[in-house]
Design a protein around this ligand. Sequence first.
Ligand code: 13P
Ligand code: SF4
Length: 303
Amino acid sequence: MHTLEMVNEIKRLKREKRAIILAHNYQMPEVQDIADFVGDSLELSKKAAATNADIIIFCGVHFMAESAKVFSPDKKVLLPVYDAGCPMADMIDADQLRELKKQYPNIPVVCYINSSAEVKAESDICCTSANAVKVVKSLDSDKVLFIPDQNLGSYVANQIPDKEIINWEGYCITHHRVKCDELDEVKKNWNKIKILVHPECKADVVEKADFVGSTSQIINYVNKSDEKEFVIGTEMGVLHSLKKENPDKEFYLLSPSLICHNMKKTRLKDVYRALKDEVYEIKVEKEIMAVAKEALEKMLNLS
Ligand code: 13P
Ligand code: SF4
């Protein structure tokens, strides 16, 4: 089937099945362009919670589609590629978290949304990269267990020095690869260029950046800036929106390693198949869903 024909079929099936296509900022350009909404994890969670569509096609990775299911248990949530996962989300499971809680009793657990529903169900509140500082600040405790991203946890700890953050040692295999040397090299050659990074990068990279934010916060920063050139320290998928919304500006990727292969698994043909055959349906145990929803809703109620 030709691309144009596929695009038209996707649009027809979407209307016929009352479906909505949500896509993360890291998705392939062809997928972002067919989506009803493109955003960061926080924005996508809000959309998934508010939609009245019957089917949600979630173009992203497993934990994102799972969160959409938790928010909308009566809707059919489909992940177009069944093995599009987030390696960081797999770095802690519910048993490991239960052990950690035993080791540090009565300390609230803040769980990055990049985690399984089971792990969320064991946590007090969720956060995304867009609101982690706000979520931790909101807690009436001077100690916090932060899981699973040590880099986001360290960033939060630097922003809130009066709280002790106990980090789980997980990390994003994509952002963790960015080296401080790569940033130093940029600074040496273009000392005035703005460097914008995601808080999943290592602390030494984050510390030297001009702006730290979620994917959508980085895009909004560029949209509002009068500068003409930027170095982008997050997964390359954001370059699509950045270039589309700012044709007069130039973008350079901070490191060639900024590609998440899981985010790149979903192609237009997968979106088409997902809509046509209604695959791959996300299922979560009812009891887990109910408790995980509380942790997610506490986060949304703060924003
Ligand atoms: P955002 O919170 O910016 O959507 O980032 C999600 C993610 O997986 C980053 O690697
Ligand atoms: Fe997970 Fe990193 Fe990919 Fe985001 S970029 S989905 S945190 S592996």
